[in-house]
Design a protein around this ligand. Structure first.
Ligand SMILES: [Zn+2]
Length: 318
């Protein structure tokens, strides 16, 4: 270290070190060396000053180093090495390694989990040599792979990522696929739910009885209300044949309102259309008495439609 006098620039402050603080030991050492170089500190002065920039446990550990090494003219690097070893004694390091291996994703996004692993790996495997960096990367990757959520762990492992960075990338790809699948599954099940409820067993039974064409009390009963033409079922209402019925839903199904709500809100079905449009779309697939009333209730009570005041839907009652 150069032995010229300090520059007197009071703005430059020495770095401070605290065990488990925000900066790693190697970062601290590097900026302390810079500082000493900058103020032109001698080796002895530097050694005298070192304990004053250590806080709490770090200072106590530093004082456990033999006096001679702390004050004599032997190399600063050797003192720092000894200090680092004592700071991260085997027990301490073992605990940090255990901690690294115990991390779990627990439903968090991959990037946040990976960041925790990266930080823990830097604490458990401190140092900048190629050897340490390789070990740190391997251990980080291993901890990352075993801590991933079950839904993606197996698939990411199969990809056998060569390093931690690639493992993160692979996991994020899997994460995106699953997110997309979940969304599609939700839409599928909604459409299926709506469709299955529109496939009413009662209608199938009416069609079956009327197709048989056998005279019976049941076929006569159905015959008063329905007509089967070219495989299509028609409903007789007020003396007129209505449009062919796609489906007949039970009139007082408590789920009806829920179905209509799904139908109204689904972006793939009515997509928050107004009463008339929702009714028309629904009537293409279903019929039941009191349909308009339910559609009207659902559309009028839809919070999303109510929010769109600048472009209100047609929510009038006929
Ligand atoms: Zn709506």
């Amino acid at each position: 270290m150069a032995a010229h006098p300090p520059t007197g620039c009071s703005r430059i402050q020495p770095p401070v070190y605290e065990k488990h603080g925000s900066s790693s030991f190697s970062e601290f050492r590097a900026s302390l060396y810079d500082y000493w170089n900058f103020i032109g500190s001698t080796l002895v002065d530097a050694k005298r000053m070192l304990p004053t920039v250590l806080k709490g446990e770090a200072r106590i550990i530093y004082q456990s180093i033999p006096d001679q090494m702390r004050t004599d003219n032997s190399s600063m690097d050797r003192l720092m090495e000894t200090f680092e070893q004592r700071l991260f004694s085997d027990t301490e390091i073992d605990l940090l390694k255990d901690e690294l291996r115990s991390f779990k994703q627990s439903g968090r996004p991959v990037h946040s989990f990976a960041e925790d692993i990266r930080r823990a790996a830097e604490k458990a495997y401190p140092g900048n040599t190629d050897d340490i960096a390789r070990t740190r990367d391997r251990e980080a990757k291993e901890a990352f792979l075993s801590g991933l959520d079950d839904t993606i762990r197996v698939d990411v492992r199969k990809l056998a990522p060569p390093n931690f960075q690639v493992a993160i990338k692979n996991a994020q790809q899997m994460e995106n696929i699953i997110r997309k699948e979940k969304k599609e599954e939700k839409i599928d099940s909604l459409i299926q739910g709506v469709n299955s409820l529109f496939t009413n067993p009662a209608q199938q039974e009416i069609i079956r009885v009327m197709k048989e064409g056998i005279d019976s009390p049941l076929s006569r009963k159905y015959g008063r209300k329905y007509s089967l033409q070219d495989g299509m079922l028609y409903l007789k209402e007020r003396g007129r044949w209505t449009n062919p019925l796609k489906v007949i839903l039970p009139e007082e199904d408590p789920q009806l309102e829920e179905i209509v709500r799904s139908f109204h809100t689904s972006p793939h079905l009515a997509a928050h259309a107004g009463v008339e449009k929702t009714l028309q779309l629904l009537a293409d697939r279903a019929y039941w008495k009191g349909m308009r009333e339910i559609v009207n209730n659902v559309c009028r009570s839809c919070p999303q439609c109510a929010k769109c005041k600048t472009n209100p839907h047609d929510n009038t009652v006929e």
